[in-house]
Ligand binder design. Structure first.
Ligand code: PLP
Length: 361
């Protein structure tokens, strides 16, 4: 492959080209420091400006008020599965979880390992996680409600967030953060591994409402307490500097090139609309998620046979379209169309899909 491909990988995933170019341009000498951003001290003014700017942009893009703290952690979204109950679910109380797929299942498991009281108040497992449950009744006095806003593997997404009657909502937004605006006041905590929609792997964005911090038990190990990161501006120990820097550039691109989350959502809707239309009108491809639960980020579909799916993925690569194989746990095909996936890339995919039907349909 000589040039860059249209990259539909689920994660790590495509980054905006201008961001990669900016990284390339300043890799050897970051802002006159005479060093790469990977070589400067995390206590230097150079990195301090990076992490401050990244934080400010997160706040501005998501319209967070002063009650929220923005943190950059390590350990992936997967570490949050255990940190959330460890920090925010006091003994003697229980928490509600909605099971919408593989990642939610893992979050539930990690709470269970700790002997925490968990209620799975709704699940879409009965139909292979192809939909988002509706009309859920949450438990009384639950400590929080945990959901997965976008189900990367199953290709479903919450179109709107559930009414929890004032109970703090916690969401794993790893694969749809910054893809659309939402009302942050519903949330006690939001987390997202960066490698889908924000930047490279190695950093997790955590947004936590200050009142949640009162729940953090004293006896936890330092590195596993949210308060440690709050008290030290995410720099209790060395943060993943390069990953934070890349996030800063992605957020700058979102604000200055795209024009914010309303605009981003418009583009994302257009991209997803084109792809689902191609699937629905083909009489050949079959979407795996129920229509009203379809994800704008991960479009999952099947072909009439597994042989055709293999052939589809292989021929797509020859057309410069990569990453279309479904997750190993579910098979089929998946096009991940995150923020950085251009409309042009989606159009190229749709053209290829049409052509493939003509040849094989
Ligand atoms: C990718 C993903 C994860 C896992 O993230 P890691 O950073 O690898 O731990 C968790 N939840 C969702 C929704 C994901 O898409």
């Amino acid at each position: 492959m000589k040039g860059r491909i249209h990259n539909f990988n689920a994660g790590p995933a495509v980054l905006p080209l201008p961001v990669l170019e900016e990284i390339q341009a300043e890799l050897l000498n970051f802002k006159g420091s005479g060093m790469s951003i990977t070589e400067v001290s995390h206590r230097s003014k150079w990195f301090d400006e990076v992490i401050q700017d990244a934080t400010t942009r997160v706040r501005r893009l998501l319209k967070l008020d002063d009650s929220f703290r923005v943190l950059f952690l390590q350990g992936g979204a997967s570490l949050q599965f255990c940190m959330i109950p460890m920090n925010l679910l006091p003994d003697g109380q229980s928490a509600d979880y909605v099971n919408t797929g593989s990642w939610a299942t893992k979050a539930i498991k990690e709470a269970g390992i700790q002997g925490k009281a968990i209620n799975v108040v709704a699940s879409s497992e009965d139909k292979n996680f192809s939909y988002i449950p509706k009309d859920i009744s949450f438990s009384r006095d639950t400590a929080y409600v945990h959901i997965t806003s976008n189900n990367t593997i199953k290709g479903t997404q919450w179109a709107s967030f559930p009414d929890t009657g004032g109970v703090p909502l916690i969401s794993d937004m790893s694969s749809d953060i910054m893809s659309r605006p939402f009302d942050p006041s519903l949330f006690g905590l939001i987390y997202a591994g960066a490698q889908k929609n924000l930047g490279p792997a190695g950093v997790t964005l955590v947004i936590i409402r200050e009142d949640m911090l009162e729940r953090v038990p004293r006896g936890l190990p330092t590195m596993l307490k949210y308060t440690t990161y709050v008290d030290h501006n995410s720099m209790f120990n060395t943060p993943p500097c390069f990953a934070v820097y890349t996030i800063q550039l992605v957020l700058k691109w979102l604000e200055e090139t795209i024009g914010g989350l309303e605009k981003m959502e418009e583009v994302n809707r257009e991209k997803a609309g084109l792809l689902y239309k191609a699937i629905d009108e083909s009489g050949f491809y079959k979407g795996t998620a129920e229509k009203e639960s379809r994800s704008m980020m991960n479009v999952t579909f099947r072909l009439p046979s597994e042989d055709l799916e293999k052939q589809f993925v292989q021929q797509a690569i020859e057309h410069g379209l990569g990453g279309l194989k479904g997750h190993r746990s579910v098979g089929g095909c998946r096009a991940s169309i995150y923020n950085a996936t251009s409309l042009e890339a989606v159009k190229a995919l749709v053209d290829f899909m049409d052509e493939f039907v003509h040849e094989n349909g």
